[in-house]
Write a protein that binds this ligand. Sequence first.
Ligand SMILES: Nc1ncnc2c1ncn2[C@@H]1O[C@H](COP(=O)(O)OP(=O)(O)O)[C@@H](O)[C@H]1O
Ligand SMILES: [Mg+2]
Length: 253
Amino acid sequence: MSDTAQNDILLQLEGVNKWFGKIHCLQDINFSARRAETIGLVGDNGAGKSTLIKIISGYHHADSGSFFWEGKKVNVTCPRDARALGVETVYQDQALAPHLSIARNIFMGREPSGGGGFLKEKLMAEESLKALSNLGLNVKSSETPVMKLSGGERQGVAIARAIHFEAKLVILDEPTNALSVKEVHEVLEFVRQMKRKNLSVILISHNLHHVYSVADRIVVISHGKVLTDVKTSETSVDHLSDMIVSGTLGKVV
Ligand SMILES: Nc1ncnc2c1ncn2[C@@H]1O[C@H](COP(=O)(O)OP(=O)(O)O)[C@@H](O)[C@H]1O
Ligand SMILES: [Mg+2]
């Protein structure tokens, strides 16, 4: 690999193993993410996708293997460690507080320090609108309670919260679940927008069309192993689907 390509790598996992009791959930996983790269992570239920991203986001610790960040070996033992590196995760059961405003939700648990109450409110309002418009989402007021938003807009708030705090890598675990067609388009547009902002994104979805339409590269996990790691342009939705169903590389496209 050339030096430039090497420098481009943000995250690299090598030989990661994870056991849950007798279940060998992740088996010698190698996984990498380049800067500004959108990676689709797909595989059948129980394949190990969420466990893999929980290792990246510090919720689980691998039983063995190495974790490199910007070329340096790091030890990620808790979510705070991962956040400090610039990893932000938006979970499928994203915990937004429905009665609180957009601004409160974006800043939840990370309100700016110092300054008076009024100044703080103003700052949070301005920053929230900016964070949303960076995603291409324009809302009338950052004071709107989240429960008044559509499902797609709620995902936008969750993603804006993730990227507002200097994330370099944003992980989305099934963000298009239970959304309308229009909302799915909104969320996929957020993903494209993140790429334009040079953020790396890992997108997990069981909908291969969604992944295929935004990812630069697709990694298929099957029974805890990487079955293939392929450029999107070198595969097809049908081929991905065959691989997931059969658990083998299947026919060549
Ligand atoms: N906390 C846990 N304790 C025990 N087993 C788990 C735990 N989390 C996941 N598993 C098991 O690990 C395997 C992979 O799960 P998961 O990573 O959630 O898969 P996916 O996200 O691809 O559907 C499954 O067999 C699941 O039951
Ligand atoms: Mg999962």
